[in-house]
Design a binder for this molecule. Structure first.
Ligand code: MG
Length: 376
């Protein structure tokens, strides 16, 4: 996208705060395009295809994985960025990288690993995404990680405790000052929320865990149901759901664009630093849509993530993660050489290495490793 079309408060590649290790500019791509391309070519990104959102990957081929989720987030984020004349390449990179630090087995894996790490500084998937791009990817001769720009890293780090923020230097400052990131980062964050609400409706319905009747009690869904049902009274359930979901996405995305445009106009930032110095967000839903979004999210929390079937899967996942963690802590040599070597420097560092290794696993690799360790 040519910079002349961007708003003055967008992130501009040539005004980036730069990379930790300076690099010569690319001939054909700007800095944010390069970031995005590095993310797409990373090992962590390829693994997302075998990591779960809610359902374990091998339970069915039709459910979302973290890869398809990340692509949907990027698609939504780009639409919003373009409409607001913000940097599409940057939102795309942030969106594609935002879940790189996720453990196997979705929410259950993250919670369990955090519990295992309680005496060693905890585990937080969002911070882990940053760790993956900053340190763990090993693909380049000149630097560890992907050496991404400040702006992409800023977007990846959505939240952060004060304690961790203090250790992150420049990147952590906004959490200590209670300030906001650039608008591209703000967009990626909400695109994530839009994507999972909508695809979880789809996956949950197709898995038979939530019913049309339950969904019709959610305002966001019910409004679109009424429109679609009136226009297409004979549509079968599956197509009905798809037709409703695409309209729900359109509803919240349009609302996000209109509301944010008005907020931006009122705040009148001139540069990205004007945006960053604010204590409040400029990318937001209207109050009405936010309430509807929350209602649907709470419903999914209660009916889907806590559903007996999902819970029995998460119970198994918890045990597997615990076994893996305890075994590698006791016997680091069970990990590949490069991890085992790093596990040599005291208990706390060993725990971090074990967490890095376990977090990087795909669902099916974790299952196979668990079996191997139990039979060994
Ligand atoms: Mg996500």
């Amino acid at each position: 996208m040519s910079n002349t079309t961007l708003a003055t408060y967008a992130a501009f590649s040539e005004q980036s705060r730069g990379r930790k290790i300076p690099e010569v500019a690319s001939e054909h791509r700007d800095e944010f395009q390069r970031d995005r391309d590095r993310i797409v070519h990373s090992t962590g990104f390829r693994r997302l295809v075998y990591k779960t959102q809610v359902f374990v990957n091998h339970e069915g081929d039709l459910y979302r994985t973290r890869l398809t989720h990340s692509i949907e987030v990027a698609q939504i984020a780009r639409t919003v960025a373009r409409a607001l004349r913000l940097n599409e390449s940057l939102v795309e990179g942030i969106s594609l990288a935002h879940d790189l630090g996720h453990t196997p087995f979705g929410h259950a894996g993250q919670d369990t690993l955090n519990h295992c790490m309680r005496d060693y500084g905890g585990f937080e998937h969002n911070l882990q995404s940053l760790r993956v791009v900053d340190e763990l990817e090993a693909k380049y001769a000149d630097f560890p990680g992907l050496n991404l720009t400040f702006e992409t890293r800023e977007g990846i780090l959505k939240h952060c405790s004060a304690q961790n923020a203090r250790q992150l230097g420049e990147l952590g400052e906004r959490f200590l000052r209670r300030q906001q990131p650039g608008l591209e980062a703000q967009i990626a964050n909400l695109a994530d929320a839009i994507a999972y609400n909508n695809h979880d409706v789809d996956d949950g319905f197709r898995a038979g865990l939530i019913s049309l009747e339950q969904l019709r009690e959610q305002k966001l869904f019910a409004d679109q149901y009424d429109v679609v049902h009136e226009r297409y009274p004979d549509l079968e359930d599956r197509r009905l759901i798809y037709e409703i979901i695409r309209r729900m996405i359109n509803r919240v995305v349009s609302d996000l664009i209109t509301t944010s445009q008005a907020l931006i106009e009122k705040a009148a930032p001139r540069t990205i630093d004007d945006v960053r110095e604010r204590s409040n967000l400029l990318i937001e839903f209207s109050d009405e849509v936010y309430q509807e979004h929350l209602q649907l999210k709470r419903f999914l929390n209660k009916s889907l993530y806590s559903h007996e079937k999902v819970r029995s899967m998460t119970g198994k996942a918890q045990k597997m993660i615990e076994v893996l963690f305890d075994r590698y802590m006791a016997e680091p040599s069970q990990m590949p050489q490069e991890f085992a070597n790093r596990a040599d420097n005291g208990e706390e560092l060993r725990a971090r290495v074990v967490a890095d290794y376990v977090a990087g696993m795909t669902d099916r690799f974790a299952i196979a490793e668990h079996e191997r360790l139990l039979s060994g």
